[in-house]
Design a protein around this ligand. Structure first.
Ligand code: AMP
Length: 280
């Protein structure tokens, strides 16, 4: 069922709660793919009812980012949600979600000054604001996030802890194309040539993973392997390559604890992210 108004979804959720049903929630910006589908299916397997929000959130885009051109395909999104067993697709308009004179910010001060937070100022404030709103509207028991946006999960978990929001945050592994490219709504921006070039993200991470498996623990050496591989691809421009503690997101000079190895790379004009977790 497609709903666009907050009052309508609230009324249905009130009935579900009266009946003692559990609610799973999957936040998305639409243009759904197998990655989103995996989150919805996990939510369906663990809850009585599942809500998927499809909302391109203006407050998480910077002034020179792709808010206006962000891909949309609501008909296919509805089809995917239906097939995956979601109960409601919540697709509010911008005006339904935001007041003209909104004056509240939600800002997590730790974990947000590094990686994508450092490169996209204000991004996580926008994410936290919209998720606080959706959490208040939907009041789910569990919410599902993809590990492709690993920093987002860390930030959301911190927000939920700090604000005593009674929602369990769960994460799901990265879903990839057969050739290894992490699925992303932004992949539709890639030309044929860029699509081929984009494989360099996963290739460079795979080289780093091998090196770690063979016992290398020096972050600089591992980073250099990734950077060298990325630099071989003329269409790729590095935004960042980091090796950080997977919980604090602080830099790791030596990989002596569970590490997150995240990268952000422009392929042409399209900014793509990927990562892997290495458990020692
Ligand atoms: P988005 O629509 O890009 O905002 O993503 C909505 C949710 O889907 C986020 O929790 C993402 O981390 C997750 N997601 C996006 N791509 C993938 C993927 N390839 N594998 C798993 N989860 C994903």
């Amino acid at each position: 069922m497609l709903l666009k108004e907050i009052k309508d979804i609230r009324s249905i959720i009130k009935d579900w709660k009266k009946d003692g049903l559990t609610i799973g929630y999957v936040p998305t910006m639409g243009c759904l793919h197998e990655g989103h589908k995996s989150l919805i299916e996990k939510a369906v397997s663990e809850n009585d009812k599942v809500v998927v929000s499809v909302f391109v959130n203006p407050t998480q885009f910077g002034p020179n980012e792709d808010y206006d051109s962000y891909p949309k395909n609501i008909d296919e999104d509805l089809e995917i949600c239906k097939k995956s067993g979601a109960s409601i697709v919540f697709n509010p308009d911008k005006e339904e979600m935001y007041f003209n004179n909104k004056s509240t910010t939600v800002s997590v001060s730790e974990l947000t000054n590094v990686l994508c937070g450092a490169k996209r100022p204000g991004h996580f404030d926008g994410v936290c604001l919209v998720l606080s709103k959706f959490f208040n509207i939907i009041t789910p028991d569990k919410a599902y996030f993809g590990e492709k946006d690993f920093q987002q999960i860390a930030v959301v978990k911190r927000m939920v802890r700090d604000l005593n929001i009674n929602i369990e945050i769960l994460s799901c592994p990265i879903v990839r194309e057969k050739d290894g490219l992490a699925k992303s709504s932004r992949n539709v921006y890639l030309s044929k040539e860029e699509r081929k070039a984009a494989l360099v993200l996963n290739r460079s991470l795979s080289l780093a993973k091998e090196e770690l498996k063979h016992g290398e623990r020096n972050s600089k050496i591992i980073k250099d392997i990734i950077v060298n591989e990325l630099n071989k691809e003329p269409l790729a421009k590095i935004d960042y390559v980091e090796i950080v503690d997977s919980e604090s997101l602080n830099d790791l000079e030596i990989v002596n604890t569970t590490a997150l190895i995240p990268i952000a790379v422009y392929i042409g004009k399209t900014r793509l992210i990927d990562n892997f977790i290495f458990n020692i």
